[in-house]
Design a protein around this ligand. Structure first.
Ligand code: PLP
Length: 381
């Protein structure tokens, strides 16, 4: 097929029927080692499962295809993927630019782990290109870390514009594409060098697996990352790889429904008297709506909003919801509600990345939207 579509690739890339049995789904190769036909006589390079495993390879080939990269690596978690990338391309003395409202766990990695190894970071509002320019230290800034949309404020960065500035200063560009997924946004085509995923979220899609991934644009960067993937060892296991691959086959369908439901909920929240502000890149009032419209196919299933009230009011809303399950994480088929300041982003309290105490985040699932709206009517009181 000359130019297969996204949905076709999601179902077939890396997933040819098993050559031995014809099984249409890649089997779970739950194995640590492989028989060699004489010393060094591996079958297709299969020597040890930290280095290579057919189920993980199937997932990695699929991810590389969907993101348009040269090579992908699957990890035990999104944070393991971030950590491996950062320790592969950075060294003591280097400087990194990060978003000023990144996922709390990514910030914690920069602040509490990498700083101790001599890697400095500057949080910047990446939507402000002048701020990016003045934070770049040419030759010293080795990486610009983009998250777009951001977790939890749904801020948007212009990937092409930031990549142009970063590359001119000699820095690599990584994009955490967890919120959008490759179905909605293709960072490598927009100029990024590497894509990061928590596959725990939309790619897995069913809240039953923790995983991560890196996708490198070039073979050269892919080689470096693959070396560290094996050397550092935070690989995805065969069953976890299989679960993520199973989720990916329905990614397009699920994300379309996530977006349909989110748009209706945004309309509802925008008109609700107890809601002060709705944060959603699809709103024409969003500060970077034009950029989001250019670089995203649709605007995703994540919504944040500020309740007109204090922390206790926000807690009451979370506690009154019932179909929206109170819980961390996102991107699964079921809807979740959470209070970032006390839950997912508690680790940024007191930092430049602190989030408002009355901010509520929704991961809108694919249930019947009327049921979700009924639940929010009760939750908002
Ligand atoms: C945007 C983003 N990046 C990375 C991660 C980390 O992924 P994991 O929890 O799979 O380690 C998360 C987790 O919530 C996230 O939301």
């Amino acid at each position: 097929m000359s130019n297969p579509g996204f949905e076709t690739q999601a179902i077939h890339a890396g997933q040819s029927p098993d050559p031995t049995t014809g099984a249409v789904v890649p089997p779970i190769y739950q194995v640590s080692t492989y028989k060699q036909d004489g010393v060094g006589g591996t079958r297709g390079g299969h020597d040890y499962s930290r280095s290579i495993n057919p189920t993980r390879t199937a997932l990695e080939e699929c991810l590389a295809t969907l993101e348009g990269g040269a090579r992908a690596m699957a990890f035990a978690s999104g944070m393991a993927a971030c950590d491996t990338l950062l320790r592969s391309v950075l060294a003591p003395g280097d400087h990194v630019i990060i978003p000023n409202d990144a996922y709390g766990g990514s910030y914690r990695l920069f602040k509490r782990v990498l700083e101790r190894w001599g890697v400095r970071h500057t949080p910047v509002a990446l939507g402000d290109l002048a701020a990016v320019t003045s934070a770049l230290e040419p030759g010293v800034t080795k990486l610009v870390w983009i998250e777009t949309p951001t977790n939890p404020l749904l801020a948007i960065a212009d990937i092409s514009a930031v990549a142009a500035l970063a590359h001119a200063a000699g820095a690599l560009v990584a994009v955490d594409n967890t919120f959008a997924s490759p179905y909605l946004q293709q960072p490598l085509a927009l100029g990024a060098d590497v894509v990061v995923h928590s596959t725990t979220k939309y790619l897995g899609g069913h809240s039953d697996v923790v995983g991560g991934a890196l996708v490198a644009k070039t073979e050269e960067l892919g080689e470096i990352l693959a070396f560290h993937h094996n050397a550092m060892g935070a690989i995805a296991g065969p069953f976890d790889s299989w679960l993520v691959l199973r989720g990916i086959r329905t990614l397009a369908l699920r994300v379309e429904r996530h977006c349909d439901n989110a748009e209706k909920i945004v309309d509802f929240l925008s008109a609700h008297p107890r809601v002060a502000t709705v944060l959603y890149p699809g709103l024409s009032t969003h500060h970077n709506h034009d950029v989001a419209s250019r670089q995203m196919k649709r605007f995703g299933g994540m919504i944040s909003f500020l309740i007109d009230g204090n922390t206790d009011d926000a807690i009451s809303v979370c506690n009154r919801a019932s179909l929206f399950t109170l819980g961390e994480s996102l991107g699964g088929v079921e809807s979740l509600i959470e209070l970032p300041a006390a839950m997912t982003h508690a680790s940024v309290t007191g930092s430049q990345l602190e989030v408002p105490a009355n901010l509520i985040r929704l991961s809108v699932g694919i249930e019947t939207v009327e049921d979700l709206l009924d639940d929010l009517v009760v939750a908002l009181g």
